[in-house]
Design a binder for this molecule. Structure first.
Ligand code: SF4
Length: 642
């Protein structure tokens, strides 16, 4: 082992882990913020994060395929885990789960490492979807595999980050082994182990055999996961009939190795060699349009602001050029005009020269945004009133919560299938009537899609207009139609209803109306900036239209903070205590994680917690459809005044 385990101080600031490398690869400056623990936008608990990565069941399944595997002390300190790995690797043949590999200030934890003499198989388990049939077809027809670009045969952008991660691990392992066994020839073959869309399994309710437990930390120094997954099914059956495919990627890893080593060396050089946090150097990266999605922002608990440090005074300019609709495309992807303006310190929305706005797809929206931000006024297109007037009652406002799980729900199903577990619907029967809410939530460990669609059909039937926000609901219903065909689910009434409702192509006329598309075409509020998601449109209207707060069925959403600011209705959703956390569901990913915990997680046999999840899911989905109602009412109110 290079560097020794007694010299450096064992502090996370000192070495470059796989997750450090992954963050730094997106922007080298971020490494500094990550190492010093600056706050990020992410509010997820470690448990929710584990769920969100979607790999907990998959990782367990992968391990079950190697029953001889030895787990490296998950709850020990880094130093102990390295020592344990070293000891195990002295064996001639051994399979290790999560061995901790250290070399020259680089530290990685490998999912599965199989040693046979001097040959090492390095396996990274991911929930990213792979399709072995498509891969085979590409090889036969075009002579390239799924990882290569059709344009130049190099690793394509979709797979590049996965291959780079694999290359980083391969490099660290090779360095460590070479240092130890200089006289021997080491051979490392890197692999990805992925769920394969071309495979199905005969095992019914596969996911239900995986149970999650939380293990209390064994050591205050522990840096590692505290989530344990148990398998309660038939191991022999699983080993013969699973959905994973092992893909060798030695050539692909070799292709990116140089760039990975060069990049990682720069990151390493910025880290303190003395092990003191104050000596970490920030790698300067020019601020650019990419900063729009930077996660390092201050929060209520921590004033440190990565974005603010990078942008200085330019962070506080209002209205900001990063908030211009489709700003990154202006001037072309290769030479974005926004980057040029940022480099000159021109970061106001009004610094964008209007004659540079030439893309016809976005031009109108961009001009509306600039003009009505300057006027600080809402904008309604002259056509919106006509469009709304043509829509038939009853008006149904629907929203779905869905999930894609790596493990198939039922025998013969594929990995990553669409699972629709909840809907909410607000119905307005006539212009004078109040909205009535109905909802459906699956609480059982079974494939819910057909019951979901049947309940929805019973609620909305074939009369009137069905509003969605964006196209997700249409895609889900379309997937359910195809699932009915594939799994031979018998319900002619449902099938013909789906054929009536779903848009199978852009030209199809159905009762579905996308309110997000209506917003993009016909409505703007300065507080929305470039965004048209419900989470931005609703507060923009709610916080500026006091008449809405007096409508009887909306009163419960009206709340102000200590400074007298009106909260977004999403901020008013009550939190409930689950374990030692106060939890509110305020976005779709959180709803998906809540559902996974409800059905498969560590709380699945706890009726008290399940009831809370149910309430949290209900209030969130209900608000999404109420948000659409509020926006609709406001449009109607405003247009009727003119
Ligand atoms: S603000 Fe920009 S440069 Fe700074 S860390 Fe974030 S993405 Fe990197």
């Amino acid at each position: 082992m290079r560097g020794g385990d007694s010299g450096p101080i064992w502090r996370m600031s000192y070495y470059l882990t796989k997750s450090d490398y992954k963050v730094a690869r997106t922007c080298a400056t971020k490494l500094y913020y990550k190492k010093l623990g600056y706050p990020t936008n992410s509010q997820m608990t470690p448990y929710m994060k584990t769920l969100s990565e979607g790999g907990f069941m998959l990782a367990k399944m992968a391990r079950l395929l190697y029953p001889e595997g030895i787990e490296i002390g998950v709850y020990d300190s880094v130093k102990q885990a390295i020592a344990q790995t070293q000891t195990e690797l002295k064996k001639e043949n051994v399979t290790l789960f999560e061995p901790v590999i250290y070399s020259d200030r680089k530290l990685v934890r490998i999912d599965i490492l199989i040693k046979k003499g001097n040959q090492f198989q390095l396996i990274e388990v991911k929930s990213k979807q792979f399709d072995s049939l498509e891969n085979q077809k590409l090889l036969e027809e075009r002579g390239i595999n799924i990882f290569q670009s059709k344009r130049d045969g190099k690793i394509n952008s979709m797979w590049r980050p996965y291959i780079q991660d694999l290359a980083y691990q391969t490099w660290v392992l090779e360095e460590m082994l070479t240092a130890e066994k200089e006289e021997d020839k080491i051979e490392i073959s890197p692999h990805l182990l992925l769920p394969d869309r071309a495979k199905t399994t005969q095992i019914d309710r596969l996911a239900s055999y995986f149970q999650i437990r939380e293990i209390p930390p064994q050591s205050i120094n522990s840096k590692f996961s505290q989530i344990q997954v148990d398998f309660t099914g038939d191991l022999a059956k699983l080993q013969q009939d699973h959905i994973l495919t092992l893909i060798p990627l030695k050539t692909e890893v070799a292709e990116v190795m140089n760039e990975v080593q060069t990049g990682a060396q720069i990151f390493l050089n910025s880290l303190s060699s003395s092990g003191t946090e104050s000596a970490i150097a920030k790698i300067p990266v020019p601020i650019s349009k990419s900063c729009k999605n930077c996660e390092f922002h201050r929060n209520d608990q921590d004033e440190r602001d990565g974005f603010g440090e990078c942008w200085g005074e330019l962070a506080n300019v209002e209205p900001h050029i990063l908030d211009l609709y489709q700003m990154g495309r202006i001037g072309g992807n290769a030479t974005p005009l926004v980057n040029e303006l940022i480099s000159k310190g021109k970061v106001s929305l009004y610094d964008m020269p209007e004659d540079a706005l030439s893309d016809q797809s976005f031009l109108h929206r961009q001009l509306v945004q600039i003009e009505y931000t300057q006027k600080n006024q809402e904008w309604f297109s002259p056509h919106l009133k006509n469009v709304m007037g043509r829509l038939k009652y009853p008006l149904h406002f629907i929203d779905f919560e869905t999930s894609r799980m790596s493990l198939p729900y039922h025998a013969n199903m594929r990995s990553n299938e669409q699972v629709a577990f909840q809907w909410s619907c607000h119905t307005i029967h006539s212009p004078e009537s109040d909205p009535i809410q109905t909802e459906w939530l699956n609480l059982e460990d079974h494939f819910p899609n057909f019951a979901f669609a049947e309940a929805l059909m019973a609620q909305i039937g074939t009369e009137g207009t069905v509003f969605t926000w964006a196209t997700h609901e249409n895609s889900v219903l379309r997937d359910i139609y195809y699932q009915m065909v594939e799994y031979k689910y018998e319900n002619e009434k449902l099938k013909s209803w789906l054929l009536q409702v779903v848009k199978f192509s852009d030209r199809t006329q159905t009762p579905l109306v996308d309110m997000n598309a209506l917003t993009l075409k016909h409505y703007f509020h300065p507080r929305m900036k470039s965004r048209t998601s419900l989470k931005y449109v609703l507060p923009a209207i709610w916080q500026t239209q006091p008449y809405l707060h007096n409508i009887s069925f909306l009163k419960s959403y009206f709340q102000q903070n200590d400074q007298g600011e009106i909260l977004s209705p999403y901020q008013t959703l009550p939190k409930l205590a689950i374990g030692d956390q106060q939890i509110a569901i305020r976005e779709g990913t959180e709803a998906m994680l809540a559902y996974q915990d409800l059905i498969y997680g560590k709380h699945k046999n706890n009726p008290g917690v399940k009831a809370k999840w149910r309430e949290l899911l209900s209030q969130y989905c209900r608000l999404d459809t109420m948000a659409m109602v509020i926006i609709w009412l406001h449009w109607q109110h405003s247009l009727n005044q003119n």
